[in-house]
Every structure is written in structure tokens, then in C-alpha cells.
Design a protein around this ligand. Structure first.
Ligand code: PHE
Length: 375
């Protein structure tokens, strides 16, 4: 119909002549808005006879499409022109000082992990890793914690609903395994022994998970595992290793360790490792003998000689090989060394806390320069 053709010509010409974005918008509302002329034509289709609708429908829809396209084209042209004007008007002042990019910092936990690795590397230890999503065989069974061990309970351990193993280790019989978040770094002992055999000298720092949350416990925290397997290894080696580590880590010679008899299913005998400390200005300071006046003992971790059953689970002959293992809480030794008092702040991600306690990425711990980084 020619009157629709005329409408289209007029509208498209008006749009092409629109001088700014407001004018384009006004034309859009007049044509396609709620009370717009094309909207009215579209509405009129409903009242037509089927024959009229068949004849006029396609023309009215084509009109709407042509006008919509014209609007978009004019808008794009006006936008481009506006940008050209802006670019021509704006000059870049090369004499202005550059914005400095915001600087991140190294989290104290990462810093302490680097310090650990540096100190233990000097004693001949390699860094080993294992998955945080573990199966119950590596996390419990092979560590001599049988089916009924209380630490396996749901209220201590996070289980996954899916029971299919994430990674199946060929060395192990294939019963169905429970999948869980590892509750300690000790499964890395098993994986290292199965992977590389003996002798072995590794540390394994990383995240561990327990269903626990209050002022001194978070559901995720960090441990470092240590494992030495060789011939003729005894508790004296363990004590020397930990003492040497703590002296380097806390950067003082007067470190006194106390090994207290304890129990872990995966070590025999087992000892808890305490360190002497005093309190200065409300802050715990490691050093001195725990029984000296003004001093006390603080537990830093567990350790012992690797249980013969664990060696067998890990494919080693206990008549030939023996060794020690230890597990320390990284967050705790970080708090002690750098004087933080609230564990939860470690995992809140508050940038102000990180700016205060974080470390410069350039402050790499080295034994020659002192592993303690300057914040
Ligand atoms: N895995 C123990 C824990 O998480 C610590 C430990 C490690 C004890 C190695 C003995 C030997 O409590």
C-alpha cells in the first residue's frame, strides 16, 4: 500500500536528518513508543479481516524493521561523530606523573611456607605435594586409622557425596573409597613413599580441612608434614631436625624443645613437640626453657617414628627401612613469629590486614640474608 510506503520514506528521511541523539530518541518514541504511529498500525492488525491482515501485515512489519534499522544507523553515526570530536579535543599531557598501580603483598602464610622450604632445603629436604581432595584410604586407612577411628566421623571430616575416587592409585586394592577433604598433610607421606620408595626426605606444606570453627579453629588451615625414611633413623634425628629448624625459623639460638609422649595411630612411639616461650608485652615470644621462671611450654605439633604398619601400607619393608614424621601448624608458627593474635584474620582477606602483615614480593627468604622477611 502506497500510504505505508510514504510513511516509511518520511520517517527514514526524518531519522537521517536528526541532528543529535535526543532527536533520534524523540523520533523513536513517536514511531515505536507505546503511543507511536507504527505501534498503532501494528495494533490495528488485530481488528482487520483475515484478507486485509494478510495483505497489510507484511508491509507494516517491514515498515517497523526499516525504521528500526534507520534509527540504529543514525545513532551509530552520531556516536562516532561525538567520539571524533572528543578525540580531537582531548590531548594527552605527557608531563603528568604516571599512576602507580596498586601493589599487592605476600600473605604471611605464603611467606612462612617459603621460609620453611628454604630452611628444610638447606637440610636436604625436597618439597612434596598431594591432593587436597583425598580418599579415605590415603587419609586414614594407610595411616593405620581403621574403619572405627573417631576422627573419621562426619562431625570432624568433610566428605563428598560422590564416592567414586578422584584419582585411583594402581597400587591399592579397589574397594569403594570415600572422597573427602584431607584432614591433615599426612596422606602425602603415603603418596611419597608409594611414588618414590625409600630413602626419602621431604616436607609437604599445604591446606587441610576440618569441620571446626571458633576463635582458634578455622575449617581450613595449614600444616607442614615432614618425613624422613632411611636406615638407622631414630628419635634423636627427629629432635635435631626440629630443633635446627626452629632455631633458623625463629632466628634465635635459645630454643628449647620438649618431646612429650603422646599417641598417633601412624607413629610409634609418638611425641608431641613443645617449645619454651615467655610473654613480653602481652605477646608470646618463643625462646628459653619452658620450666624457667616466667616461661611456659607451648605445643607446636605432633611427631614420632613412622609406625611399621604404615611402612607396610606404603610398600616398604619395616625390617629394612625406618624413619620419623612430624606435622606442624603453619598458621600457628606464623602467628608466633610475626605477632598476630587472631587466626580468623588470616582468612578474612581484609586488605588493611594484608597491607599491615603482608610481605613485599621482593623479600625472598634466604638463609644467608636471614629467612625472616622485613614486613
Ligand atoms: N597428622 C597429625 C595431625 O594432624 C600430626 C602428625 C604428623 C603427628 C606426623 C605425627 C606425625 O594432628
Amino acid at each position: 500500500m502506497s500510504d505505508i510506503g510514504a510513511i516509511q520514506t518520511r520517517l527514514v528521511n526524518d531519522i537521517a536528518a536528526a541532528s543529535d541523539l535526543d532527536a533520534v530518541e524523540a523520533l523513536r518514541v513517536a514511531a515505536l513508543g507505546k503511543a507511536g504511529s507504527i505501534t498503532a498500525l501494528l495494533k490495528s492488525l488485530g481488528g482487520m479481516t483475515p484478507e486485509d491482515r494478510q495483505a497489510q501485515g507484511p508491509q507494516i512489519h517491514a515498515l517497523r524493521e526499516a525504521v528500526t534499522a534507520a534509527l540504529a544507523e543514525r545513532k551509530a553515526a552520531l556516536d562516532a561523530a561525538a567520539l571524533d570530536i572528543k578525540l580531537a579535543a582531548e590531548a594527552i599531557d605527557m608531563s603528568l606523573p604516571a599512576d602507580t598501580a596498586p601493589k599487592g603483598s605476600v600473605h604471611p602464610v605464603s611467606q612462612v611456607m617459603d621460609e620453611l622450604a628454604e630452611i628444610f632445603a638447606d637440610m636436604g629436604f625436597a618439597v612434596a605435594t598431594g591432593p587436597e581432595i583425598e580418599d579415605d584410604w590415603h587419609n586414614f586407612t594407610a595411616l593405620n586409622m581403621d574403619e572405627t577411628h573417631p576422627a573419621r566421623a562426619m562431625h570432624d571430616t568433610f566428605y563428598f557425596p560422590d564416592r567414586t575416587p578422584a584419582s585411583s592409585s594402581a597400587a591399592v586394592g579397589q574397594q569403594q573409597r570415600e572422597i573427602l577433604l584431607r584432614t591433615h598433610t599426612s596422606p602425602v607421606q603415603i603418596r611419597s613413599m608409594l611414588d618414590q620408595g625409600a630413602p626419602i626426605r621431604i616436607i609437604a606444606p599445604g591446606r587441610v580441612y576440618r569441620s571446626d570453627s571458633d576463635a582458634t579453629h578455622t575449617p581450613m588451615f595449614h600444616q607442614v608434614e615432614g618425613l624422613v625414611i632411611d636406615k638407622d633413623i631414630h628419635l634423636g634425628h627427629l629432635k635435631w631436625t626440629l630443633e635446627t629448624f626452629f632455631k633458623a625459623f625463629f632466628e634465635r639460638e635459645d630454643i628449647t624443645l620438649r618431646l612429650r609422649p603422646s599417641y598417633f595411630p601412624f607413629t610409634e612411639p609418638s611425641v608431641e613437640v613443645d617449645v619454651g616461650y615467655s610473654t613480653e608485652g602481652g605477646r608470646r615470644v618463643v625462646g628459653g626453657h619452658g620450666d624457667a621462671p616466667g616461661h611456659a611450654w607451648m605445643e607446636l605439633g605432633g611427631s614420632g617414628m613412622v609406625n611399621a604398619r604404615v611402612l607396610e601400607f606404603a610398600g616398604l619393608d619395616p625390617a629394612e627401612w625406618q624413619g620419623f614424621a612430624f606435622g606442624l601448624g603453619i598458621d600457628r608458627i606464623a602467628m608466633l613469629k610475626y605477632g598476630m593474635n587472631d587466626l580468623r584474620a588470616f582468612f578474612d582477606g581484609d586488605p588493611r590486614w594484608l597491607a599491615h602483615y603482608g610481605f613485599s614480593p621482593f623479600d625472598q627468604p634466604t638463609l644467608s640474608a636471614g629467612v625472616g622477611a622485613k614486613a
